[in-house]
Design a protein around this ligand. Structure first.
Ligand code: M6R
Length: 634
């Protein structure tokens, strides 16, 4: 058909997706309000331009796009014809090409008949574009997506086939990743979607012939909980007569697999809080109770994780555990290592997924590779999983988002069940991950009999107290907001901890950096003397996580070292502490618990501190600059 050679995927570029958002609607209602609301719900993913296409009753296809926020697009549309019962919309996070109107989606084909939104990257777009230009087609912008819509039109015209056939044929020539929704002016009663490597969900509405499309379920849940998750290389054709046809790229028919969404609308709203981040911080006690439900059994003093029970032998015979993750999930992974090495007594390595995937690591077939990811869509973590699988390792996923790519790519796993996390700065997912890794450590320890019965039962008893102790922590640190206001001047921060509190220091520093834009370093407290202490003067705020157990005396000495250099000291201490309190300018207090569980409590005042500093500095807390909720580009 085409003269250029088909290029096959290799390596992991397959996972080089974008963080953009897709919404689509086809049915009896006006599409625009549903599309705009959906775009607002997707704002948490991070984006820098937005757009919408709607076909009106006269058969006109109207496309409106603009750089900036969805509200800017709304303003632009307020004086335009936005009528119509079929439409697609998009939020774009720029990777190639600046975030301007031309590059924003939806894109139009040259004839203006076809409009398309796309998440992902078409890797061979340059080759495709040259061929299409050779055939006389013209392009307005530089994006790979425009090439895709032109390719579909070219195939459609050349072979005189319906849109769905043209989409299938065109996608056979595409190398890369995509989730797409396509509409056509000349057929306003149907929509075509497809995916490969980038998620796409189809919601089946209450009325016959009503369909919703989303890059995740958040724009859909308000209208229906009956959804179909498209699989890779599947094409969906939705028609206003109510038919939903799913095929492979080779046009082999498949039976749509309907799933019921468990998410509720309340979980996607702020519920009276000024920001999602604050809501999510306060949700932690409940979220962690739900996370433990059916897994930690108080009467039996036992932990049950089906993901471990179903693969008991793999866990008993594992030579080693490697945990791969990014960002905050990497910090929880480090805590997982500390706990598992203590409880399970096998070596545990923690890897940045982005490093692991590119450095020829030694992976044995009897290794267990654990991928930790809130979104379940992080490109590097997905690639690390593929690498581990190639080496025959057993891959276990710890994710929050149900049905996410990582959840599907792993051999077994555990969902966090902490509810949707909308704030870009991870809070309840972090504590949920730490809890899940602790439960996992206990579940493996039970199989391997690596803990005494007394120790195992004592830990099971104590882990159940964590939600209540989190509640106590939230209630007893009401002065954080006021303390935070006194630090808005600071340009740097140092966070210090030892043992289990060292990853807490890393996470505390990351939280402050990402939402307040203040530079912060997390360090093992004893490492200060090896260099960073040179930074300390009366201007430097130093945050110690100095809880009662484990290395307490040592960290008291570290605090004294900072005090004698006039650093301003803030400490997270255990209730009843006197020594550290006397040495500190400010203290945040948590209840006593086992060392291994302290991080789930100690991080709470640091989350609140970062939040209030960012608010005092007037930052966009839920959508900090340059950040996206799911990092789906490598
Ligand atoms: O969805 P993931 O857990 O895989 O995401 C990993 C990181 O991108 C994420 O934790 C990021 O560091 C957050 N912004 C931290 O708050």
């Amino acid at each position: 058909m085409f003269t250029f050679a088909k290029v096959y995927l290799h390596g992991f570029s397959y996972f080089a997706l974008t963080m953009c958002g897709i919404v689509g609607y086809l049915g009896g209602q006006q599409a625009y309000p549903i599309l705009i609301k959906g775009l607002h719900r997707l704002e948490y993913r991070g984006y820098d331009s937005a757009g919408v296409s709607v076909i009106n009753a006269q058969g006109q296809l109207n496309v409106y796009k603009s750089p900036g926020k969805v509200s800017v697009l709304e303003e632009k549309c307020s004086s335009q014809d936005i009528s119509g019962t079929i439409g697609i919309a998009h939020t774009r996070w720029a990777t190639h090409g600046e975030p301007n109107t031309v590059n924003a989606h939806p894109h139009l084909s040259e004839s203006g008949d076809i409009s398309l939104v796309h998440n992902g990257i078409i890797e061979n777009y340059k080759t495709l574009r040259s061929e299409l230009e050779r055939r006389g087609m013209h392009f307005c912008g530089d994006t790979d997506t425009e090439v895709l819509v032109q390719l579909i039109e070219n195939v459609k015209q050349k072979y005189d086939v319906p849109l769905a056939d043209a989409v299938r044929m065109a996608l056979n020539y595409v190398v890369g990743a995509y989730a797409i929704a396509v509409i056509e002016k000349s057929n306003p009663r149907s929509m075509v979607c497809a995916r490969k490597g980038s998620p796409l969900v189809i919601g089946v509405g209450q009325q016959t012939g009503e369909f919703y499309v989303g890059s995740d379920a958040t724009p859909i849940i308000e209208y229906t909980n009956r959804v179909v998750y498209l699989e890779d290389e599947e094409v969906a054709e939705m028609d206003a007569d109510g038919s939903l046809r799913i095929t492979s790229l080779k046009n082999v028919e498949k039976t749509p697999e309907m799933t019921t969404l468990e998410m509720s609308l309340d979980e996607l709203e702020k519920g009276g809080y000024p920001h999602f981040m604050l809501k999510e911080i306060w949700e932690q006690p409940n979220a962690l109770s739900v996370c433990m439900k059916g897994r930690v059994h108080s009467g039996l003093k036992d932990v049950f994780l089906s993901g471990v029970i179903d693969h008991r032998e793999r866990f008993i015979n594992a030579r080693r555990i490697i945990i791969c993750a990014c960002g905050t999930s990497w910090h929880s992974a480090l805590l997982g290592k500390y706990f598992m090495e203590e409880a399970v007594q096998i070596p545990v390595e923690v890897e940045y997924a982005s490093e692991f995937r590119y450095r020829n690591p030694v992976i044995f077939p009897d290794d267990i590779v654990i991928a930790v990811s809130q979104s379940g869509e992080t490109a590097d973590t997905l690639a690390a999983i593929e690498l581990a699988k190639e080496h025959g390792a057993f891959v276990y996923g710890i994710c929050n988002v149900i049905g996410s790519s990582i959840a599907r790519a792993t051999n077994s796993g555990t969902y966090l069940h902490v509810g949707p996390e909308i704030g870009v700065a991870s809070t309840k997912a972090f504590t949920g991950q730490v809890l899940t890794l602790c439960m996992l450590g206990l579940a493996i320890a039970k199989e391997k009999k690596s803990l005494s019965k007394e120790m195992y039962e004592m830990l099971v008893d104590e882990i159940q107290c964590i939600p209540e102790k989190m509640r106590w922590t939230l209630e007893h640190n009401k002065d954080i907001e006021q303390i935070a206001r006194t630090f808005t001047y600071a340009r740097n921060f140092i966070f210090l901890g030892r043992g289990y509190n060292y990853p807490v220091a890393l996470e505390g520093a990351l939280k402050l950096k990402e939402i307040s834009y203040i530079h912060a370093e997390g360090y093992p407290a004893a490492e200060m003397k090896h260099g960073p202490i040179a930074l300390v003067d009366e201007e430097m705020p130093v945050v110690f996580i100095a809880t009662k157990r484990g290395n307490y005396e040592k960290i008291v000495s570290n605090i004294q070292e900072i005090k004698s250099r006039k650093g301003r000291i803030m400490s997270v201490v255990t209730e009843g502490d006197v020594t550290v309190r006397e040495l500190s300018d400010y203290c945040f207090v948590i209840p006593d618990t086992r060392d291994c569980f302290v991080p789930m409590l100690a991080i709470i005042p640091l989350q609140l501190f970062s939040y209030y500093v960012a608010v005092a500095k007037g930052r966009n807390v839920d959508q900090p600059r340059n950040l996206a909720k799911s990092v789906t580009v490598e």
